[in-house]
Write a protein that binds this ligand. Structure first.
Ligand SMILES: Cc1ncc(COP(=O)(O)O)c(C=O)c1O
Length: 417
């Protein structure tokens, strides 16, 4: 299998060079070239539509990152955008007081999300995970937190600790997904002082294989939270409106006390929410302060209501599950056929192709070559983050991606085996 020709990304690289003197690091966080494959991936995009992206050099990609999760329908989904334009044109969205859409969306969530009784709306996932911890601490009058998964960039949970006094995170303890014993051990020591257990209900640790819950894990965590009176928080920023309309909690049948949602809820517009049991949420009424200038802006509420309407009306998640499972089956067949040490984990709506670690570190080169071939062929998967499927991926798009994946595995086989 021949090597695919390198992309021309000169305009991206020029913009990046300029950005380095304007923005520390050029671009933020997971958008950095080092989080992809330096010199192979575009760094700046021009536009997108449906499941397609076009970069500033005019390269076109079928995208499987979905904006890192918010794009559940597709880029520039007309019906959602039109609803937002209408709101902006006819009523406006940024005011001194709150518009009614807050109530409508909060009510809707009570119908969809098992844990939802009351809601507080914010903007980002990090806003919402932090708010959920503050609510849990105020409700329980306890301090400690057990956490499992990525919960954003705020002081209590971010991995890189630069600029953060240790007292801000020293009462936060991490446990690994599906490692119930580890949580039990932590709770045996700290359980009586624990305000919250916050976890992703489906395992998607950064840069690692995805994990479905082993039998009894989620129920075990629920029980141990109850035993010590800790608030159980599900961080469903990625799984909400994706694994099912009611999130992973509905899918796996275990209900937390509080839930944090964001990303897919509004197909890209900035909104997140802490939603949960009334007696716990009410701690936010008198005991603490959550407010921000932009939190009540209604354009994202309108986008969320329209997105949810479309998800329900067109049974979008069923469509995504079916396409995703079929896609995964085909990839698994290729993995078995080529036998180059690749692994596939996850579920239909979100899945990840990785390479098994080996002592010589060859897996890193295979990973680099595999993803390099894919991006050169016009398929935007990345080595350090799982993929998503959206409503606007057609079977034709997915078949084209399968063909590219097959060729990329064949290339690796030819080169390494
Ligand atoms: C599970 C989870 N929680 C929290 C966050 C933080 O969300 P945000 O980046 O919107 O602050 C993310 C972001 O990727 C996430 O995946």
């Amino acid at each position: 299998m021949k090597e695919t020709k390198k992309l021309n990304i000169t305009k991206s690289q020029k913009l990046y060079k300029d950005a380095l003197s304007l923005v520390p690091g050029g671009v933020l966080g997971a958008r950095k070239p080092t989080d992809f494959i330096n010199g192979e991936y575009p760094i700046f995009l021009d536009k997108g539509k449906g499941c397609r992206l076009i970069d500033v050099d005019g390269n076109e990609f079928i995208d499987f990152l979905c904006g890192y999760g918010p794009i559940i329908l597709g880029y520039r989904e007309k019906e959602v955008d039109d609803a937002v334009y209408k709101q902006i044109n006819e009523k406006g969205f940024c005011f001194t007081l709150t518009q009614k859409y807050q109530n409508i969306l909060a009510k809707k969530l009570t119908e969809i999300v098992p844990s939802s009784e009351m809601s507080i709306f914010l903007k980002t996932g990090s806003d919402a995970t932090t708010a959920s911890i503050r609510i849990a601490r105020a409700h329980t009058n306890k301090l400690k937190v057990m956490r499992c998964g990525y919960h954003g960039w705020h002081d209590w949970c971010v991995e890189m600790k630069g600029g953060i006094p240790s007292k801000f995170y020293e009462d936060v303890f991490e446990f690994q997904y599906n490692n119930f014993e580890q949580l039990q051990d932590l709770m045996a020591v700290h359980g009586n002082e624990t305000a919250a257990i916050i976890m992703t209900p489906f395992g998607h640790p950064n840069h690692k294989n995805m994990q479905i819950p082993v039998s009894g894990f989620l129920k075990g965590v629920r029980k141990i939270a109850d035993k010590y009176g800790a608030v159980l928080i599900y961080d469903e920023i990625r799984t909400g409106f994706r694994l099912s309309m009611g999130g992973a909690q509905k899918f796996y049948g275990v209900t937390p006390d509080l839930t944090v949602l964001g990303k897919a809820m509004a197909n890209g517009y900035p909104i997140s929410v802490v939603t949960g049991k009334k007696d716990i949420m009410m701690a936010a009424e008198h005991k603490l302060f959550i407010s921000s200038t932009f939190f009540p802006n209604s354009e994202a509420f309108i986008a969320a209501l329209k997105t949810i309407e479309i998800l329900e009306r067109e049974n979008v998640l069923k469509n995504i599950w079916e396409k995703g499972e079929k896609f995964m089956k085909s990839i698994q067949k290729m993995i078995d056929k080529h036998n180059v040490g690749a692994e596939l984990t996850g579920v239909g709506p979100m899945f990840y192709i990785t390479f098994k670690k080996d002592e010589t570190g060859t897996y890193k080169n295979k990973r680099k070559d595999f993803y390099t071939q894919l991006i050169r062929k016009g398929f935007f998967f990345t080595p350090f983050h799982h993929a998503y499927i959206s409503y606007r991926h057609t079977q034709k798009d997915l078949d084209a991606a399968l063909n590219a994946i097959n060729e990329s595995f064949a290339f690796i086989k030819n080169k390494y085996i």
